[in-house]
Design a protein around this ligand. Structure first.
Ligand code: ATP
Ligand code: MG
Length: 375
């Protein structure tokens, strides 16, 4: 992507994010592959006046230590490590550590959290006085999930509490803001950890689909790279079929074949090609892996049946129909079925329009009809 250009279709989102960061730390939410990571990268390259932004991807880490090391390394890479402050380091070493001891399961080893607090203190010291630090933490929920799997919920709760403590030092003007995001809804995860309070200081910002003009432009640009022109109808059809998701728009553009001027029917052909068994893996993450990994085999299977029921109709189905699917499982009570439905909306599989629940992305719905109920 051309660095000098604004990120396509995201000018307003970035302006909003920069403005809100002035006052708040942020919880950035949005569907899979909608462009959250891309937005964070843009903030790193163009943070705006008075800001330095550092992005850290926490995916693949299953311990506190690993995350702390990665954050410290990224700060150092950005020129905000111990080398940048020299002698001042000794004074910074005095920093205290936050609510580690408050963990319900008793006092944990304060080592990594103390190191993180120190690394942040060093970074803030290395920054010019008139600059603030935006620490952009990507894939936070996957990391918390790994902590849960590796140990118990207490570790994940503690991580949320510590991050909150770090961005919210009592009685100081914070020079640190955080943006937390990931491909899974953090709010639902925090709720299941009984730790919602640890993120209630974050301002939620939802990144939506590209608007129609940006979606069409992206499709046209992707085709032009391959010397293919397209009609306005074709670009419109692609944007609609992809639900405005840049990722799916690009995938559709890649599958346009055998023409130098794409029409709407070529977009339909591209959709058919994307549904080929050979390309099934392109959707497997959303279609299967995600639900099983997040919710385990039993609930994961139930959520998949509900999605299969919703996929049957273009306009979706009423809540009752989906609740009935969940409740057909022996022993499930209505509140749990309702929670399942909320989860599918929270995780951006379904949206509610006029009392009906439908897929947010028509392309994924097509895929689901074909493969969703297969093992
Ligand atoms: N504004 C945009 N213009 C062009 N391409 C974009 C834009 N936003 C995202 N993309 C592309 O879409 C794909 C998905 O973007 P990205 O990885 O940022 O999404 P995400 O929301 O972080 O996904 P996940 O939920 O999986 O973490 C990438 O290939 C990215 O380059
Ligand atoms: Mg991402």
């Amino acid at each position: 992507m051309d660095d000098a250009q604004e990120l396509l279709g995201r000018g307003q989102d970035i302006a909003q994010l920069r403005a809100d960061l002035d006052q708040y730390s942020i919880l950035l939410i949005g569907p899979r592959r909608i462009g959250k990571t891309e937005l964070l990268k843009r903030l790193v390259s163009h943070p705006g006046r008075g800001w330095r932004a550092v992005r850290v991807d926490l995916e693949g880490l299953d311990a506190i230590d690993g995350a702390v090391n990665r954050i410290a390394a990224k700060l150092a890479e950005a020129g905000l490590g111990p080398n940048a402050v020299g002698d001042a380091l000794e004074r910074i070493r005095e920093v205290s550590v936050g609510p580690v001891g408050l963990s319900r399961e008793g006092r944990e080893d304060p080592g990594p959290w103390a190191r993180l607090e120190q690394a942040i203190a060093v970074a803030l010291h290395a920054l010019p006085n008139d600059e603030r630090l935006a620490l952009l933490l990507d894939e936070v929920p996957w990391w918390l999930d790994s902590l849960r799997q590796a140990g118990d919920d207490a570790q994940a709760r503690q991580a949320l509490a510590q991050l909150r403590y770090l961005r919210d030092p009592k009685g100081q003007t914070p020079r640190l803001r955080m943006v937390l995001t990931g491909s899974v809804a953090l709010a639902g995860l925090a709720r299941s950890l009984n730790a919602s309070a640890e993120i209630n200081d974050l301002l939620p910002i939802e990144l939506g689909p590209l608007d129609a003009a940006a979606g069409r432009t992206l499709f046209e640009e992707e085709l032009l790279r391959r010397g293919i022109h397209c009609t306005a109808e074709a670009a419109k059809a692609a944007h609609k079929m992809a639900g405005g998701s840049p990722h799916w728009i690009k995938l559709l553009a890649q599958r346009i074949q055998g023409t130098t001027r794409a029409e709407a029917s070529d977009v339909n052909d591209a959709v058919q090609r994307l549904m080929s068994p050979r390309l099934r893996h392109l959707f497997d993450d959303e279609g299967r892996a995600h639900l099983l990994r997040r919710h385990g085999p039993e609930r994961g299977a139930r959520l998949r049946w509900m999605l299969t029921a919703a996929a049957g109709h273009d306009d979706g189905v009423p809540a009752q129909a989906l609740l009935a699917v969940a409740l057909s499982e022996a022993g499930l009570v209505r509140a749990e079925a309702q929670e399942d439905l909320y989860t599918l909306v929270d995780e951006f599989y379904l949206e509610e329009v006029d009392g009906r629940y439908r897929f947010v992305n028509p392309l994924l719905r097509r895929w689901w009809l074909k493969y969703g109920s297969l093992p």
